[in-house]
Every structure is written in structure tokens, then in C-alpha cells.
Design a protein around this ligand. Sequence first.
Ligand code: 26V
Length: 822
Amino acid sequence: PIIIEDDRTGLSIETIRRALLDNLYYVQGKTPQTATKNDFYMALAYTVRDRLLKRWLSTQLTYRKTPVKTVSYLSAEFLLGPHLINNLISLNLYDPFKKAIEESGLNFQELVDQEEEPGLGNGGLGRLAACYMDSLATLEIPAIGYGIRYEFGIFDQEIKDGWQVEITDKWLQYGNPWEIARPEFAQLVKFGGYTESYYDQDHIYRVRWVPRYTVNGIPYDTPILGYRVNTANTLRLWKAEASESFNFERFNVGDYYGAVRDKVACETISKVLYPNDEQIQGKELRLEQQFFFVSCSLQDMIRIHLNKNASLDNFHEMWSIQLNDTHPAIGVAELMRLLLDENNYDWDTAWNITKNTFAYTNHTLLPEALEKWPLNIFGRMLPRHLEIIYAINHRFLDEVRIHYPNDVSKLACLSIIDETGEKYVRMAHLACVGSFAINGVAALHTELLKSDVLRDFYELYPEKFSNKTNGVTPRRWMVLSNPRMSFTICEKIGDSWIKNLDDLRQLEGYAEDGGFRNYWQQIKKEVKQDLANYIQAKLDIKVDPHSLFDVQVKRIHEYKRQHLNVLNIVTLYNRIKNNPNLDVTPRTFIFGGKAAPGYFMAKLIIKLINSVADVVNNDPVICDRIKVIFLPDYNVTFGQRVYPAADISEQISTAGKEASGTGNMKFSLNGALTIGTLDGANVEIRESVGAENFFLFGLTTEEVYAIRANRYTPRDYYNSDEELKAVLDLISTGFFSHGDPNLFRPIVDNLLYSDPYMLLADYRSYVDAQDAVGCAYRDQDHWGRMSILNVARMGKFSSDRSIKDYCNDIWKTKPFAIDVPE
Ligand code: 26V
């Protein structure tokens, strides 16, 4: 029989090839003769998109007609990474597409490399949101992600003369084939102005908000496919545009240019991602961004809800809204406003719905990252919300007074309004009061929330607190990024681990198989060679794939202590200089990470890394035994190259500072061993893989607190450790700065006279642990065993496990399988 395949859905190589040409011609408007690489990439992307639409539409139609409880994940950041390969893997279409492209005479990898990754996040928090979207879809949980469609994502980083230079990220400039605009679902968002009260037709007291201006939110939808299931959930990101009414008013008074200027001002709301994670600056535009996307999202949820429900009475039974940190916490007040002012609910009913809808995840212990908004800014932009927050606070403090009849100090500690000096709205307090669940992102972090950052809330509402240790998706962070290792694992234990990561435990047995260990190390070598080739091509530096690859990739921050890593490198350098015949394990130190543009110390740390690299890499005495590489523009795409190639993973934050970390998990899942402190999820990783397969060093959180309580004097460590003294002295003399003793003085002085992250206290323990790493690496056979055991025992750290825990304990949602017709 003659089989005629549809060009949009057919899966044979022939049909895919024809579809590619069709999309190139009819969507890109090009023929193969005139097409650029990007045109071919776009045609490829549309051809893949055609093949996922059936699942996406079926899923959305199913959700529309079925009364299922839906998870709404509110996040100011989604750090997705490239879609193309991820979607091909989910659809199980990687092989036919690769074949079709190659049979068309095109270079598959070259086209894949054309994709601009959507860098709509800073780091850990945004990447976690992306992993969670993947797991929600794979687990067939009805879910929708809401966020902001930044026109400019996280900046691109270039290194000039060792310094970071920021370049704007124009990720949309050649078009984005993975999104579909839905202007028919636009939402209006109000800002500024004043409120007034009135009596409605039933003589009930109501409040009306008369805004100074309104902004239009246009949703752009991206499909999020589950792995080998029919579910395709939606990530809905909002773009800000000027609203019609607004233009019209200006226009009427004849101020055409004024109207255009205001139009541009509105559109700045979704222009650019704020690039400073872990450091708040009370910038109005940032508050505008937060309220903008939260208001759009809540109105959208209400629209969807009323499509299939008679009223909002059961809103909290049909939705769980997860607040990804406090960035969307204004949602608590906005949902109250929507229920009270726009749907005429009474306070108690509205509050009951609200507080049973929201759940809050905290992602940081750093005091400088806890969001608070100056009252005057807040009141000017959101006058109605400030009234509502006062009313929430009033009732909340009454409850506190009943709980602590004779303790006025509790009121000041717990109040949503900080009145200790300049007045602020404390967003974490609003989130805690307005949520039925509060969680930290690793066991240690949750304990520290309960005992420290949110202690008073824990005392008041112990039942709201739980831990949800972070996880990462094995689809992107193993299958996609490390096909060689994934294939090797599949050959031994099948492929069930991709969806049930605990199945990796079946590898444990093979750790005792000498042949397999050998093969395992061989695979690692090949992956390292890939990275070495990339470094050669990108930076023109030769690295030896037989050397130990020691990797630290993450945002640059003092608490993450990239400079502690540098102190160890300089220690090794000194040792070799003092004894050129020293038998050291050859090592390649690889760094990557961006610094917030206004964070002086972080930028200086980048300069220090590059300056040390310059000296070490070019010193003939070192003779290539240690190499230092700073890879510019660390992002998801580069993460996919570097995690698989690492031998040792640097997780060296000061104990009690890193909430969880997720890079630590990606490394270990790719067979790297960890050198790390007892911080964040490192604690649980070490428990899982076994203490004997983990290089531990450093102070514990309790010891950090104890030393601080007794006044920490970093100078003592400098004075009593010869090697440490030599390292700091060498940097101080200007040895790494062409004789300039001032360049790195801020770093050295900070360490000697304040050292808030206790590098000097941890130095000796770190250097000794690094020596142990170097020794251990010489026994390749034993290293291979430890590496296999790391992978075999990391099942817990799948984001599937995290999402199941959220579903069972917090959201009370169940999977709902999707049928796709014919
Ligand atoms: C704060 C701000 C302040 C205003 C400007 C923009 C911005 C963006 C992000 C943040 C907070 C970032 C908090 C964060 O990324 N925390 C990380 O969350 C990871 C996922 O839970 C966790 O693994 C990391 O340990 C934690 O640092």
C-alpha cells in the first residue's frame, strides 16, 4: 500500500527531509542556495515543533475540559537552556532527525549550535525552575509555569585583559521558534494612583483602585514536553506593552510624542533581567516587574478557572501556587485584591482561599538577599496592596498577641512591616503569613531556616515547615549532555533509570568489575578530550585530557569562595617553584561564572583567577603540570559540556551559606567526585555516596557560628601557617599583577582583616584535602570505583523525586495521563 505521511507529523527520514525544505521555504522564505546556517536551524526547529504540537494541544484541551488540580509555578526566572535536542530526546526522535539532516548534506552539530539559549535566569534558582518544569511534565502533573519574557536575559560575558565585560544578550534577534504569542489572552495591570471607597448597590463597603497608568501583559507560550509521555505543559511568559487606553488619553490631548515616550516606558518593564542574584537593591523597576508578572498570572488563572468552574469559591481546591522565593510574594496581596475588589468576596472568605493556595520556597540564607521594599516606594506603586498588607498584618498581629500574651518583642520580630528604622515591607514575612506551606531546599538549609532566618515563624507555625531537597533533571544533565556515559549505563542496566533514577543503584555491582572500571575511565577520558578540543578551539590553550580536571563553575560570589580555590593553586605553584622536581598530579583547574556587574569583589576575583592563570600557564618551571583556565560566558550550554568532563567538583562554600547547590548534583551524577564542605545539599550527597567517596574539609556550621561568637581573627591563621603566609605575601607583592601591589589589595586585606567567609580558617583543611585528591587520582582503578559508586548512589537527586515530594506533601496533586487521538 502507498503510505502518505503528512509533512507536519511524518516521521520517516524522507518525510522529515521534505518537511525541512518545506519549512525553510514557507516559514523562513529561503531556498537551500541562499539559506544561512540560522535559516536551516529555524527550519529544523519548526520541523520539530510541528511534531510536538499534537501533544501540546491535546494536553491543553484535556486540562481545559477536566477538573484537575493544577500546579502554578511562579518564578521571576526560568533558566531553560536550549530546547532543540531536549525536545528531540523527549519525543524519541533524535536519531531520525540527525539522520535526515546528515542525509541532506548538513552538519547536524553546526545547526544545533545555532540555537541561542534563553538565559532568563541568574543561576541556581532559575535553573531549578527549569528542572522542575521538566519533571512536572515527565510525571504528567497538570502544571503551568509563569514568568517574565525578558527581552534581554542574563548578559553575555567576555573577558578583556582578565576583566569581565558585559554584553547585552540579544537572544530574540533572529526569532524564537519555540514560543507562540497569545495576544488574545492579554491582561491589564494597574500601577500607581490612589484608592477610594464607595458603597455598592447592596450598600456594602468596597474599595476601588484608580491607577495612574496601566500596562498590557502579552503571554508567550513555550511547550514543555515530558520525557516519552504525551504530556506537554506550558511555560507562559509575559511581555509588557503599552495599553490602548493609555495611548489614547495622551493622543487626545494632542501629545503624540508624549504618548510614544510613555509607550516605551511601559515596555521597559519586561526589557531586562536584573543580573544581581543574592543581593537586593530596592529598585522600583524590579518591583514593577514582580507585580506585573504576578498580576498577569493570577488574572490568567482566574480566567482559566472560570472557564470550567461556576465561581472562585473552590479556587484553592483547583490550584496550588508555588512561590519561587519571595520575588512573586506580592501575589498574596494581589489575590486578596482580586477576590475582594474585583469579585466582591468578604475578607474571611478571600483570606481562606488565599492562604490555602500559596506555598513558599526559600532559596537563600544570606541576609542581604532577603527582599524588603521601602514603604514609600511600595505605597506609591501599589497603594491598594499596601492597604491590604496592613489589614493582613493587623489580623496577623492579633493572632500573635493571643499566642504570646505578654511578649511585645514578638510583634516587632514577626510583623510584615519592618519598623526598626526606615520602614519596609518584608516580603518573606508576607509569604510566610500568606502560605500554607514553607520549605527550604536542602535538609541543612531547612534546619537553619527553622533555627535562624525564620525562627519566629517556625515557633508560631511549625506545621507549615518542611524540607524539599533540590534535584536536577537526568534528561538534560545526563542523557542530553553526556550521551557516552548514558549509553554505557544503558548497556549495563537498561534505560529505566532515566525516569526512575534510583535504578542507577544497579550499577553498584559493576563498581567491583575491573573491566567495567577500566571502560568507565576510558569513557571519561573521551569526554575530557571533547572538552579539551573545545578549549583549544575557543581559547587556543592546550590541555591534557590525562590531567585531573578540577572544575568550579557557578556564579562568582565571595561566599562560594572561588578565591579559596585560587589560594590552593598558588600553594601548588609555590611548592613546585621551591622544588621543581616535585612529583605532583597534573591538574587542569577550570573556572566559569559571571559576576554581578556592580559587585566589585566578584569582578576582582575573576581578574585574580585570570592573572594567576597567566603566570602559572606560562612559567617554564611549571611545565604544564598545572593549568588554569577561566572559561568565559558560563551558561547552561557550557554547563552541558563541562559537568560530564569533570573529575573533581568544587563545592567549597562556607558552611551555612549555600542553601543547596544543584551543580554539586550534576557533577556527581556525571561521575565526578566532590571536594566540599558540609554545606547545603553536599551534606546529603555525602551521606548518599558514602563518606569514603567524598573529599570533605572545613568547618561545620556550628563551628563557624562558634568561632564568630568568640571573635574571629584571620591574622592568626596567616601568622601560624607558613604556606598560607607565602601565598598571601606573593599576591600582595604584585607578583600576579605585573608588580602592582595595589591591584589585589582589596582581596588580601579583606581576608587578613575581616574574612567574613572564613577562607583562612578553612585554608589548611582545604589544601590537605586537595592533596588527598591528587594522591587518590593516581590510583585510577580506585578512582574509577569511587566514580561509579557516586553515580550509582545519586538517584535521590533527580528533580523527579523533588517534584513527587512537593506533589505529595504540599500540592496534593496527582498525575493525569494524556490521550493523543489516533
Ligand atoms: C535575588 C535577587 C535579588 C534582586 C535581583 C535579582 C535577584 C535574583 C535572584 C535572587 C535570589 C537568588 C537566590 C538563589 O539563586 N538561590 C539559590 O537557589 C538554588 C536553588 O534552590 C540553590 O541551589 C542555591 O544554593 C541558592 O543559592
